[in-house]
Design a protein around this ligand. Structure first.
Ligand code: ZN
Ligand code: ZN
Length: 250
């Protein structure tokens, strides 16, 4: 059964298409569960503007749109209303209090910055073993809150880490996920856009540790949602014989 819990909308300002087009694409691809998980608006201090997420005053319209599609298409597909969110330690409680008012059905953890924004570091440019440790610490701490359904693109942390650190830190992260029942994501966007996060190495470790994995399209356009997205994800981990799961309990 094909499911996808990682879908964006144009509200984040780097995705295109209408919400309806995402749904139509998903139905055409034979997907049974489509979760919208756009980048959550964030309550920052001061007037910092985060350029890759919706504004806080767009959240009601986002919810209304997704919920209306959920009703309209209920016989064809199970639509879920969610967000992708970072874990920023000292802002998390306030952020959750804000988001909970809109009753999201689920959140996925996508740790795009360590520390926080705007002072923190974009994960793409993390380098040095200490930085990888911080990334892993924050992912674990975030998941420990119990607020997240799964960890998106676990392999998104930068480059230039020693092999020893990669083994050590990812073993720690993956063991935590395994013990606490969190699947890790094979991120299709990382593969199809040839980004830096399509690291087979992390999934070979996941095989050793016995993690469940889930395919997340991370769709930023309706056309990204297709049957071939799942094939691309499987190619990355071909031969590893991972336990790829589909439907999640929400
Ligand atoms: Zn995005
Ligand atoms: Zn995403």
């Amino acid at each position: 059964m094909l499911c996808n819990y990682h879908t964006h909308t144009k509200r984040c300002r780097h995705a295109i298409g209408t919400d309806r087009e995402y749904v139509e694409s998903a139905i055409k691809a034979g997907i049974k569960v489509l979760g919208f998980s756009d980048h959550a608006p964030y309550l920052f201090d001061g007037n910092y503007y985060s350029s890759y997420r919706m504004f806080t005053n767009e959240i009601s319209e986002y919810k209304n749109s997704v919920m209306a599609l959920k009703r309209e298409y209920k016989n064809d597909i199970d639509i879920k209303f969610g967000f992708e969110l970072e874990y920023y330690k000292d802002k998390h409680a306030r952020e959750m209090e804000f988001l909970r008012k809109f009753e999201p059905e689920y959140l996925i953890l996508g740790q795009h910055f360590v520390g926080s924004e705007p002072q923190g570091d974009y994960v793409r440019f993390l380098n040095g073993d200490g930085a990888l440790k911080t990334y892993v610490d924050e992912c674990i701490e975030g998941l420990r809150t119990g607020d997240f359904l799964y960890l998106a693109h676990p392999d998104i942390a930068g480059y230039d880490f020693s092999e020893t650190a990669v083994d050590k830190e990812y073993t720690r992260l993956l063991e935590f996920c395994k013990q606490n029942g969190y699947p890790i994501e094979i991120n299709v966007l990382g593969i199809t856009s040839n980004r830096w996060y399509n690291k087979r190495k992390i999934f070979s470790l996941a095989k050793e540790i016995g993690n469940d994995v889930i395919i997340g399209i991370d769709a930023h356009s309706p056309s990204a949602i297709s049957k071939s997205a799942y094939e691309r994800a499987k190619e990355l981990v071909e031969g590893l014989n991972l336990n790829i799961i589909d439907k999640l309990e929400i």
